[in-house]
Design a protein. Structure first.
Length: 344
C-alpha cells in the first residue's frame, strides 16, 4: 500500500459520507486524516471503534471560523461534507440552514485559502438545482460561494476549488431506506409521501468515488455530477417488502412533506450545454466571465442550451428487480436482512 503523507480534513466527518470517506482514505494509505465535527458522542464512538493513530479528531463547528482554521492548519486537501441536510428541519428553521450551509461554508472556503490548501471539494446536492426548499437554496448558495471564490482565484492559484452534486445516498443517515426497514421490522405501516415520486439512487461508495473523481480531475471552479439511475417510491417499497418477505405489509400514504419535488434535477439543460461528458460523470465548467457581458456577446461567445434538464424522471428508471439487486449490494441492507432472518 502506498503511503500518502498529505494531511486531509473531512468536515462533518462523523456523518455517513464522512465515515465512508475516512475508511477509504485510510485504505489508500493516508497517514493523517482529520475529522472536524461538533458531535462529541459520535467522535468518541468513532475513535473507540477505529483506534487508529492516523485519525485526528477536532471538536468544533464550521459556523465558528476559529474552529475551522485550527483544524485546517497544515492540511493539503479538504472534503467539505458538514451541512444541515434534512429538508423539513431546514424548512422550519431556515436561518439555521443559512448559518451552517452558507456562512459555515464561507468559513471553510476562507480557511482553505488562508492555509494554501491544494484542493477543496465542496459537497452539494441535487436539491440545489432549481431549489424549492430552504435546504436546497442554502446548498445552491454554497455552490455560488465556491464558484465566486474560484472565479476570483483563476487557474494559476495555489488552491483549486471544485464541487460535486449528487442525489439521495442510499442508507445514509436520515434517508428513507433505514426508515422503511425499521417500519417493516417493527410492524408499523410504511409511510410514503407520493408513490410516483422519483429519486436518484446512489450507494455511498459511488458518492465517495465521485468526490475522488473531483479531487483527481478538477480544474478551477469545476462542478462534477455522477450519472445515476432512479426509482419511484412505490417500486422502492415493493423491492424492500419482497426482500424482507412481507408482501402484504401495510403502506400508509401521508402526502407530500413541506417543499418536496415530484422529481429531482442533477443538472439543468443550460449547465449541460457548458459541460464535458466524462463517461460516468459530467464536468460542468464554471462560467469564468466577468461583469462585462457585452464584450463576450459581441465576440459570439455564447452557447445553445440543451433541450432537457437531467433529472430523476428522465434518467434510467430501475424496476423492482433492479432496485432489489441494488439494495442487496449495500452492506447495511444485507446486515438488516441477516438480523431479520435470525430473529424469525
Amino acid at each position: 500500500m502506498e503511503v500518502v503523507n498529505e494531511p486531509v480534513l473531512i468536515t462533518g466527518g462523523t456523518g455517513s459520507f464522512g465515515k465512508t470517506m475516512l475508511l477509504d482514505l485510510l485504505e489508500k494509505g493516508y497517514q493523517e486524516v482529520r475529522i472536524l465535527s461538533r458531535d462529541e458522542e459520535k467522535q468518541d464512538m468513532l475513535r473507540n471503534t477505529l483506534r487508529n493513530p492516523n485519525v485526528r479528531f477536532f471538536i468544533g463547528d464550521i459556523r465558528n471560523e476559529d474552529s475551522v482554521m485550527r483544524a485546517m492548519a497544515g492540511v493539503q486537501s479538504v472534503f467539505h461534507a458538514a451541512a444541515l441536510k434534512q429538508v423539513p428541519s431546514c424548512e422550519f428553521f431556515p436561518i439555521e440552514a443559512v448559518r451552517t450551509n452558507i456562512l459555515g461554508s464561507e468559513n471553510v472556503i476562507r480557511a482553505a485559502l488562508a492555509n494554501n490548501v491544494k484542493s477543496l471539494v465542496l459537497l452539494s446536492t441535487d436539491k440545489a438545482v432549481q431549489p424549492v426548499n430552504a435546504m436546497g437554496v442554502s446548498k445552491a448558495m454554497m455552490e455560488k460561494l465556491g464558484q465566486a471564490a474560484a472565479r476570483s482565484l483563476g487557474a494559476r492559484a495555489t488552491t483549486t476549488i471544485s464541487m460535486v452534486r449528487y442525489g439521495n445516498v442510499m442508507c445514509s443517515r436520515g434517508s428513507v431506506i433505514p426508515l422503511f426497514i425499521q417500519q417493516i421490522k417493527s410492524g408499523q405501516p410504511i409511510s410514503i409521501t407520493e408513490p410516483s415520486m422519483t429519486r436518484f439512487l446512489m450507494p455511498l461508495r459511488d458518492s465517495v468515488a465521485l468526490v475522488h473523481h473531483a479531487f483527481n480531475h478538477a480544474r478551477q471552479g469545476d462542478l462534477f455530477i455522477r450519472k445515476a439511475a432512479a426509482s419511484n417510491i412505490a417500486d422502492l417499497v415493493k423491492a424492500l417488502v419482497d426482500l424482507f418477505g412481507v408482501p402484504e405489509h401495510p403502506i400508509k400514504v401521508i402526502g407530500w412533506r413541506h417543499a418536496e419535488k415530484l422529481y429531482e434535477t442533477l443538472a439543468t439543460a443550460q449547465e449541460l450545454a457548458e459541460s464535458e461528458d466524462m463517461g460516468d460523470y459530467y464536468r460542468i465548467y464554471m462560467d469564468g466571465r466577468d461583469l462585462n457581458y457585452q464584450a463576450y456577446f459581441s465576440k459570439g461567445n455564447h452557447q445553445t442550451a440543451q433541450s432537457q434538464d437531467y433529472h430523476s424522471h428522465n434518467t434510467e428508471q430501475l424496476d423492482v428487480e433492479k432496485v432489489k439487486a441494488l439494495l442487496l449490494s449495500l452492506p447495511e441492507v444485507c446486515s438488516e436482512l441477516e438480523a431479520w432472518k435470525n430473529a424469525k
